[in-house]
Design a protein around this ligand. Structure first.
Ligand code: PM9
Length: 460
């Protein structure tokens, strides 16, 4: 396949997977309350729920696991990790967390200094939004309009809408903005990248208004690679240099290391230079995540992460990673399936509002298509639409998403092009029978992050 990058690794260990029968899939989905989150993984053939913690570690990472120092305090593994993170980010203060939301629960409440504060992000990820709301603040999304035009090529659909950002700050008052969060890549927009130019504009606005700048950098390496591919002036810079230029712009880095850390569990908090803020977070991390030199991780997890962070910056790895997603996107487009185009960094986002326009947003069109894809081929996608957005914290009304996406999330170094070809074939079959797909109604809905545990029945 001349147009796509070649894999820069070979397979050394395999995990068997199997496809249960269609009758069994229908039964299992019913038992799971029509929510793919509730399926057992052994009932799934190709698992595209998430790229979070689902990738394959390298033999260097498995070797590093054996070197874990499990001391409660001051573990050697921590200092190894700290050295790598300082080296990549240039930040002074580092703390591990058990995963991204662990980092969020430590840092976000420390920024909310009074009632009625706001965070502004290009698009908040759902756990980030939840922690903002739990801390008593409100989350405002501020992404460019191009993000919602799924058909037209635009290189940086994850960008902030800078004029709108300025408007929001003026309207709410700079003193009421607890932080500006650069979510890179912009997960909910389709894993879409944010340009360096845009990040620089955002940080100029933040600096002028004395608002702290956070990077939600679960996929910062993929974002940096897109900048190298698509932004003028960056072709001759290394991904590591681009990442450093990104970190230079911000004050705080939060990371779910389960993505571009290439590990199955882990998170990071890095603070550029504010010692007082670091000390506040140190106090907060102990009761929530654990002692500041382990933050909820085993020593061995920190060793594997120290190696994974370096591997995720390898440009031959990134070239293949990004092309896996592009390959699946190209097959689907050729079969007529509407997707967010161009494809982003970690997933193909399928535009289900266009596939099942007969299903209203509060009957969750993308969840309905996800269920149809599971029945068709044992493939587990995830809904990124009105179900995930939840209810307005004040009015309790269902929020209507701008786009009803179904995300086909590709775990790192896990599936081959043959797997992706099978996924495309199954989804094209679902697309060709789309008129038969029915909406869903809740039989159970939890008040926070409802999409993880909700149960439904189809509306006949
Ligand atoms: N993202 C994802 O699948 C995993 C949870 S939902 C199945 O996309 C960003 C940009 C994320 C993210 C998790 C988190 C939270 C923060 N920011 O899952 O707690 O994409 O490690 O990270 C998921 P943790």
């Amino acid at each position: 396949m001349p147009n796509y990058a070649r894999p820069p690794y070979r397979i050394k260990m395999v995990e068997p997977i199997s496809l249960i029968t269609k009758e069994e899939r229908i039964e299992r989905l019913k038992e799971a309350g029509y929510n793919p989150f509730r399926l057992k993984s052994e009932d799934v053939y190709i698992d595209l729920l998430t790229d979070s913690g689902t990738g394959a570690m390298s033999h260097f990472q498995w070797a590093a696991l054996m070197q874990g120092d499990e001391a409660y305090a001051g573990s050697r593994s921590f200092y190894r990790l700290e050295k790598v993170v300082k080296n990549i980010t240039g930040y002074k203060y580092i703390m591990p967390a058990h995963q991204g939301r662990g980092a969020e629960q430590v840092v976000i409440p420390e920024l909310v200094k009074k009632p009625n504060m706001y965070f502004i992000s290009n698009i908040h990820f759902d756990t980030t939004r939840a922690h903002v709301e739990i801390a008593g603040a409100r989350a405002i999304d501020c992404v460019v309009e191009e993000c919602f035009d799924t058909e037209t090529y635009y290189p940086f659909k994850g960008n902030f809408d800078v004029p709108k950002l300025i408007e929001i700050i003026n309207e709410k008052g700079a003193e009421n903005i607890a932080g500006i969060i650069l979510t890179i890549t912009n997960n909910s927009a389709g894993g879409q990248p944010v340009s360096m130019e845009n990040m620089k504009e955002v940080t100029m606005v933040a600096r002028a208004n004395r608002i702290p700048i956070l990077i939600d950098g679960a996929r910062y390496a993929e974002n940096s690679y897109f900048i190298k591919l698509r932004e003028d002036g960056y072709q001759n810079k290394s991904v590591r240099e681009i990442a450093r230029e990104t970190f230079d712009l911000a004050d705080i880095f939060l990371m779910s290391a389960k993505k571009d850390g290439l590990v199955n569990i882990g998170g990071l908090i890095a603070i550029k230079d504010d010692e007082d803020f670091f000390k506040q977070c140190q106090i907060n991390i102990v009761p929530k995540e654990g002692f500041p030199t382990y933050g909820g991780l085993a020593g061995r997890d920190m060793d594997a992460l120290a190696v994974g962070l370096e591997e995720a910056l390898d440009e031959s790895y990134l070239a293949y990673r990004i092309d896996e997603i592009r390959y699946l996107g190209d097959l689907l487009r050729a079969g007529g399936v509407p997707i967010q185009y161009p494809t982003g960094g970690h997933a193909v986002f399928v535009d289900c509002g266009k596939i099942v326009p007969h299903i209203p947003y509060d009957q969750f069109p993308a969840q309905a298509v996800s269920n149809a894809l599971y029945i068709e081929g044992g493939i587990r996608p995830v809904e990124i639409g009105s179900l995930l957005l939840g209810r307005d914290p004040d009015t309790k009304e269902n929020i209507k998403a701008d786009k009803e996406f179904m995300r086909l999330t590709i775990p790192r170094r896990t599936y081959t092009f043959e797997h992706l070809h099978y996924v495309a074939e199954c989804l094209i079959n679902v697309y060709n029978n789309r008129d038969k797909i029915k909406g869903l109604k809740f039989t159970y809905e939890s008040p926070i992050l409802r999409h993880f545990t909700a149960e439904f029945e189809p509306i006949e």
